[in-house]
Design a protein around this ligand. Sequence first.
Ligand SMILES: Cc1ncc(COP(=O)(O)O)c(C=O)c1O
Length: 488
Amino acid sequence: MGSNATADKSADKSADKSADKDKSEKSQGDNTETHEKVDIHSLHGKAKAPALQPFTFERSSKLFARALERIPGGVNSPVRACKSVGREPIFMAHADGPHMFDEDKNRYLDYVGSWGAMILGHCHPRVMEAIETAVRNSTSFGAPSRAEVEMAELICEIVPSLEMVRMVNSGTEACMSAIRLARAFTKRSLIVKFDGCYHGHADSFLVKAGSGLATLGISSSPGAPEELTKLTLSLPYNDVDALREAFAKKSDEIAAIIVEPIVGNAGLITPSDEFIKCMVGLCKDSGALLIYDEVMTGFRVAFGGAQELHKVKPDLSCFGKVIGGGLPVGAYGGRKDVMEHIAPQGSVYQAGTLSGNPLAMAAGLAQLRFLKANKPYARLGEITELLANGLKEIAAKEDIAVPLQVTHVPGMVSFFFTDKPVTDFESALTCDTELFGKVWRGLLERGIYWPPSQFESAFISTVHSKADVHETLVAFEASLRAAIAKDK
Ligand SMILES: Cc1ncc(COP(=O)(O)O)c(C=O)c1O
């Protein structure tokens, strides 16, 4: 036992269409090697954006009324309801590149990106081709297939801390399975997590959780038995004293620390170096496992995820979103001596009817291979920084002067209306959520679909261009000016 944790998008989107066709034909059936290098910013544009309509939401409203009759709250995941930003949800009809189009034919520049999954933008040709090819062979086998082996090999190659990996169907499943494994491996029961972090909706994680729970202002959920949630210690993020104290008192009971290595679910919050070192050290000394929940950050903030940026080798890691290319996938993996405890090799039970689904594997593999061949991370970082700096500059203008904190890492950004640096959930909660709601509604009416919650990160794709950032900043300035004018 013991822890070893140590280009702008082309103005003329159609220019390369024929070249794309050639490339896509070449890649049909190519399921073993990386794709060739191409101009990744010229691959979209099949659907030309329609001229902007005056925004009306009639069809969305009608669908929402129908949805409310049959779906709790009218949505299949709470944050989508847009409750905390004071409006009804928008029903999307189709999407392309960085844009989404709703039922009323309004066009939006999308900063949700299916909550991080669509790192290459919507309808990426490589991903779509891979799905189209795979679907001809059946939508599910319920038996092993080649793509699962290729996926496992590729993920382990990209993330060096992974020696073995198990595919599941969601980030929730990945995190839930990882803590079961950690508990079985260490023969201990306590799990340490951090306030405002979200690791999916399994009972053990619904303690001071971020994401939808933070958005709705609830910290836990009825139905999660107290007997179980008592086994979860939730500590303030970035607080090394609290962490040391918890380990001083309970080190031989703690099975694992599970952490968002860069928080996305309380808005974006970055960790201090000291905090990372402290987690690694405490796990190593106590024998607890360090679990990096990279469901949001994996293959996004760097190809090897946050652990590549932090130069940390966690014992276990959880993934989702990007590895599915927009289809429902999760994965957890790590040290071989730990992963070997999973059934059928070991006795820790975890299973799934659709795990390793061939369509999901095809989409995920295509997305990961494209990222591997084109390494868009430096540019993604530049575009994100351009946006983050622009937001700060606007808020600081003399005639606006609204206190604003902007946090960002490549591909993820948040803004908080507060004068306090946001380093943990408590400081995130100091922000003016009412002003956020007003600005969000202003952005929406100007064609920007920002995550409909203060406590979520926005996601930037590799096909967001400088022109898109400019459009966003113009909309942000107009929305902020309008919001504060109404306040006066
Ligand atoms: C860090 C993190 N972990 C776990 C999850 C749960 O993933 P899923 O929604 O796929 O169940 C999420 C979802 O947003 C997440 O951001």
